[in-house]
Design a protein around this ligand. Structure first.
Ligand code: UDP
Length: 240
């Protein structure tokens, strides 16, 4: 069952939690390798792939703010640095199997990675390189989901593919409600008014205002990333 499209340029959002899997360390190398392999399989088909990585497996600013006198901005800078660690890990994994990959950071760390330069990112993609955007938006009080929506709009990618640990968007919390149903398609309006926890409001509205559809799918199932990228039906489609 194909959806009626096939993406040419996609923005894949990988949360920190997804990278951790069930591993006791912050990152499960089996998961990063699985991501690398699936991304490799679609770049071979000519799909351009940009990735935004989260950092929640290492540090989440909002949950630390307030503790031990940390102000929110400082906590968020630490959170953004956490995403850089994930990005370097993912880059090294991708390059170990021969996928040319560049990391671009939202704030300068030029010994470690390129700074974010929009035109340069697009050029990398056109040359078939994978670009990983790290350090979120570079601003405290934002999330990497918002960074995903922002970068997607900036580089004219067609869709945000949000890889998570659940199968998609449900009409109720599946952990608490056994009758919760997986939604195949849902509108931006429903996501915000029914408070379906998909992404934060800033990220959702940014997608909505720019007509960027979002596909939410389970990263743990082998083949799902590739399916999502080639436009096969997987998870939940958010649009309209
Ligand atoms: N963060 C931030 N600004 C951004 C993106 C991220 O301050 O534009 C910080 C924030 O503290 C956040 C942390 O980085 O908690 C990790 O990002 P996020 O929670 O979005 O990661 P994910 O949930 O995707 O693993």
């Amino acid at each position: 069952s194909k959806r009626p499209y096939r993406w040419k340029r996609v923005l894949l959002k990988v949360s920190g939690e997804a990278l951790a899997g069930n591993h006791t360390e912050n990152i499960d190398p089996k998961i990063t390798m699985a991501i690398a392999r699936e991304v490799a399989s679609v770049t071979k088909l000519g799909v351009e792939v940009a990735i935004v990585v989260g950092g929640g497996n290492i540090f989440r600013g909002a949950s630390w703010a307030g503790c031990s006198g940390l102000d929110r901005s400082s906590a968020d800078y630490i959170g953004m640095l956490a995403t850089v660690m994930n990005a370097i890990f993912l880059q090294a994994t991708m390059e170990s199997i021969g996928i040319p990959t560049r990391v671009q950071t939202a704030f300068r760390m030029s010994e470690v990675a390129e700074p974010y330069i929009r035109r340069r990112a697009v050029r990398h993609l056109e040359k078939g390189r994978v670009v990983i955007f790290a350090a979120g938006t570079g601003n405290p009080f934002f999330t990497t989901d918002t960074a995903a929506a922002l970068r997607c709009a900036e580089i004219n990618a067609e869709v945000v593919l949000k890889a998570t640990n659940v199968d998609g968007v449900y009409d109720a919390d599946p952990r608490h409600n056994p009758n919760a149903r997986l939604l195949e398609t849902v509108s931006y309006h429903e996501v915000t008014t029914r408070d379906l926890s998909v992404m934060d409001m800033t990220a959702i509205t940014l997608c909505q205002e720019n007509n960027i559809p979002i596909v939410v799918f389970n990263l743990q199932k082998t083949g799902n990333i590739a399916k999502a990228i080639v436009g096969e039906k997987v998870g939940t489609f958010i649009g309209c």
